[in-house]
Design a protein around this ligand. Structure first.
Ligand SMILES: C[S@@+](CC[C@H](N)C(=O)[O-])C[C@H]1O[C@@H](n2cnc3c(N)ncnc32)[C@H](O)[C@@H]1O
Length: 741
């Protein structure tokens, strides 16, 4: 026979092990003993659970004022003892206990049991036991309580879920089932699963504690139906006593399920530890079953998607889609809608790893990674992607892809049009019209390079002499500027603060605005075979000022001050609908200083011939092409024939640069060619920098350099609505005269 003293010591020891001090446990133990008529069993049961609960409750309970500590707490008149209560409250301050005793308040879980309706508020002083002894009542209380999870003392019913359904479906997130808790002991693991009344294990993350629960009404941290078949009944008997959370999103009719679509359920289960498990159940004939590799499955799904939708974004993959689903689960589960469109690494489809490999690759222009998309292959070329000829040897053609794209409905994410491709979120707003978002296009952060364009730029090559392999850290802090500054006259174009130096900037601006004042020349006349169509007449070109950034062959790091454009967009931008009728535009949300990098103009890098082929297609005749010539250095030794010259077209693939509207003369952006991967001027990045201080919310504009009177811009000219007093594109006006003076 164990003495009371020993029992008390054990109880206190058990509480100490749980982290409760002796000082805290002792009075609560005393109080409980009193409540249970000095019966130890209800206290010792379940490893002193009642005691632990009571201590926790005593912590929750506000301290009684000193003067009342010896008296029973008066229950307020509105607290009707005999009303069925949602929680069972025990207030006890036995008069004969010393003042340090704090009465435990044991909250009970909600229950529908009528047996307890009269006893839900028990005070040894105010509600003396009736026909049941205190011990019996305590037992009842414990029995009732133990049907609920230890740490889930006030489970709240799911508000909008049908009760019967929720009893059936909604359980505490359960990830695994201990197969030894069932009495059946059957060999079949499914048969041996515990019934709902049995204890079920919820596995936490590796090494994390395991919780136990016994009832169906405990809290489910996250459960949401993801399909339209929200209330579809469980259609497999074995699942009805399956204690995991189940949310059936099976689609199609039962017939479809058994004949064509073996898909039965999507199961989403969560544990209170925050783990979420999703699984898909299929009903497959076991006689024909041979487990395929996940890779095979993904590939097949991707092919099927491609077949159905005709076109997929270049970075589409099923595994990324799954990652994206997980992120959405996590975000919705946390209720963090504000974070809804935070850059998603999971959906970058290996872009980051691809970027890493691009940066680490030594050979210039060597394709490193490839992805399947729409019969074409996209290869990364250092900073860009190359569209490859399809495997059956057919000539590269963008047409089917683009036509398909033009039919795709809008899939833009208005909280971030880049869908996480950029480091910053770029929202879309329309304060003036009904169009919610811009027409479809694929957001790309880097140029896509066509195979022909690739041939042209790869011919350029690059030598070590064009990089600074001996540098380290930040080239801008070196005492003597390195080889990468050669292009800009032995001086870096950037300030240590990451802005383009004013003198350099002003010169670029002036060159773009008043080319006549600068060196301008015509390309050599083109030689062409007799049977070939006439090429476009050669146009005058300007030798532009170019910035050369350090790159992966250089010894410096990514934080080097001579790497600005390659680090991507850093300012807060927004795509918005313009009031003046220019369609969508781009604005800055922050004030920007003069010389700040805003964004690149990103698109498909094509030869002029490819562009012409493309623009002859119907879809492009509508006039929404956005080609920009890359003609910064037409006169250099490796002069390209005009048809081989390169341009960037952002009609179908582009970044935010495609939203920048034109403004005559006094635009606030200036384009500067920036070389990163190659010193050859045929291919460079078209970077846009502020040429003056720009106020927050000001529209960002760029002078396209359109000669509204002369040559027709390839996408077709438009009536200029820039609003500039120097506007040269308005019909029936003395355009641009002011500026020309
Ligand atoms: C590169 S996009 C700019 C984004 C375009 N506003 C949109 O909604 O997608 C060029 C096209 O925008 C329109 N645009 C740009 N600047 C304009 C201006 N100053 N006045 C009228 N339309 C303009 C023209 O239709 C032009 O072909």
């Amino acid at each position: 026979m164990v003495s009371n003293k020993e029992r008390a010591r054990r109880a206190i020891d058990a509480m100490t092990a749980l982290g409760f001090s002796k000082k805290e446990s002792t009075p609560v133990l005393r109080s409980l003993l009193k409540l249970f008529d000095n019966s130890w069993e209800p206290i010792e049961d379940e490893c002193y659970r009642a005691l632990a609960d009571a201590i926790l409750d005593s912590r929750d309970r506000p301290k009684e004022p000193e003067h009342g500590s010896h008296h029973a707490r008066m229950v307020a008149p509105e607290e009707d003892h005999h009303q069925p209560s949602t929680s069972l409250i025990v207030y006890g301050h036995p008069r004969d206990l010393d003042s340090e005793i704090e009465a435990p308040r044991i909250k009970r879980p909600r229950t529908n049991s009528n047996n307890f309706s009269a006893d839900h508020c028990i005070d040894p002083q105010l509600s003396p036991p009736s026909s049941v002894t205190a011990q019996e009542r305590a037992r009842q209380m414990m029995d009732e309580d133990f049907q609920h999870a230890v740490f889930l003392r006030e489970p709240k019913p799911e508000p909008d879920i049908d009760v019967a359904q929720s009893l059936h479906d909604a359980q505490v997130g359960i990830v695994s089932h201990p197969f030894n808790t069932s009495s059946s002991g059957a060999a079949d693991p499914l048969a041996s699963r515990p019934s709902v009344q049995n204890q079920t294990e919820i596995s936490g993350n590796k090494g994390r504690p395991v919780q136990h629960c016994r009832t169906r009404t405990s809290s489910t941290s996250f459960v949401e139906r993801t399909g339209s078949m929200g209330k579809q009944p469980q259609n497999r008997e074995s699942l009805s006593d399956h204690t995991a959370v189940m949310h059936n999103t099976g689609t199609g009719s039962a017939d479809e399920r058994t004949q064509e679509a073996p898909y039965l359920h999507t199961v989403v289960a969560s544990s209170t530890m925050g783990d979420v498990k999703m699984s898909i159940e299929c009903n497959i004939d076991p006689s024909k079953f041979c487990m395929p590799s996940l890779e095979e499955v993904f590939r097949m799904v991707e092919d099927k998607c491609l077949h159905s939708y005709k076109s997929l974004p270049p970075n589409f993959s099923v595994s990324s889609l799954i990652n994206e689903i997980c992120q959405c689960v996590a975000q919705l589960a946390n209720g963090s809608t504000a974070e809804y469109n935070v850059q998603s690494d999971s959906f970058d489809n290996g872009r980051n790893s691809q970027k890493e490999s691009m940066m680490s690759g030594a050979a210039l222009m060597k394709p490193i990674a490839s992805m399947n998309s729409g019969g074409m292959k996209y290869k990364s070329v250092e900073d860009s992607l190359v569209l490859e000829t399809s495997e059956n040897g057919q000539e590269y053609s963008t047409v089917p892809q683009h036509l398909a794209l033009s039919q795709v409905r809008c899939t833009h994410d208005v909280s971030d049009i880049s869908k996480g491709e950029e480091k910053v979120r770029i929202s879309v707003v329309n304060e003036f019209g009904s169009e919610k978002c811009p027409p479809s296009f694929y957001y790309i952060q880097r140029n896509l390079v066509s195979p022909k364009a690739y041939d042209n730029i790869s011919a350029a090559g690059i030598g070590d002499e064009d990089s600074c392999a001996d540098c380290f850290g930040n080239c801008l802090s070196a005492p003597i500027p390195c080889a990468c500054a050669r292009e800009t006259g032995g001086e870096f174009a950037y300030t240590p603060g990451g802005l383009v130096k004013t003198t350099f900037l002003d010169e670029c601006f002036s060159m773009n605005l008043f080319p006549e004042k600068h060196h301008k020349f015509f390309c050599k006349p083109l030689e062409r075979p007799r049977n070939e169509a006439l090429p476009e007449p050669s146009r005058r070109h300007l030798v532009r000022k170019v910035i050369r950034e350090c790159w992966s062959k250089c010894g410096c790091n990514m934080q080097c001050g001579n790497r600005v454009v390659q680090r991507g967009i850093a300012c807060n931008l927004q795509v918005f609908f313009t009031q003046e009728g220019k369609g969508w535009g781009l604005r800055t949300l922050d004030e920007l200083p003069k010389g700040a990098f805003v964004c690149e103009y990103v698109g498909e890098l094509l030869t002029n011939t490819e562009l012409r082929e493309k623009t002859s297609q119907k879809a492009c005749k509508a006039g929404y092409t956005y080609p920009v010539d890359l003609d910064a250095d037409c006169d250099s030794e490796g002069v390209l024939k005009d048809k081989e010259a390169l341009c960037l077209d952002a009609t179908f693939y582009g970044n935010v640069g495609r939203f920048i509207n034109h403004r005559c003369y006094d635009a606030n952006l200036v384009e500067i060619p920036v070389e990163v991967e190659t010193p050859h001027h045929h291919y460079y990045h078209l970077a846009l920098f502020t040429n003056k201080k720009v106020e927050a919310f000001e529209e960002l504009t760029w002078d396209y350099g359109i000669d509204f009177d002369g040559d027709k811009h390839r996408g077709g000219t438009f009536q200029c609505l820039c609003g500039s007093r120097y506007c040269r594109g308005r019909k029936g006006r003395n355009r641009g005269k002011a500026a020309a003076k």
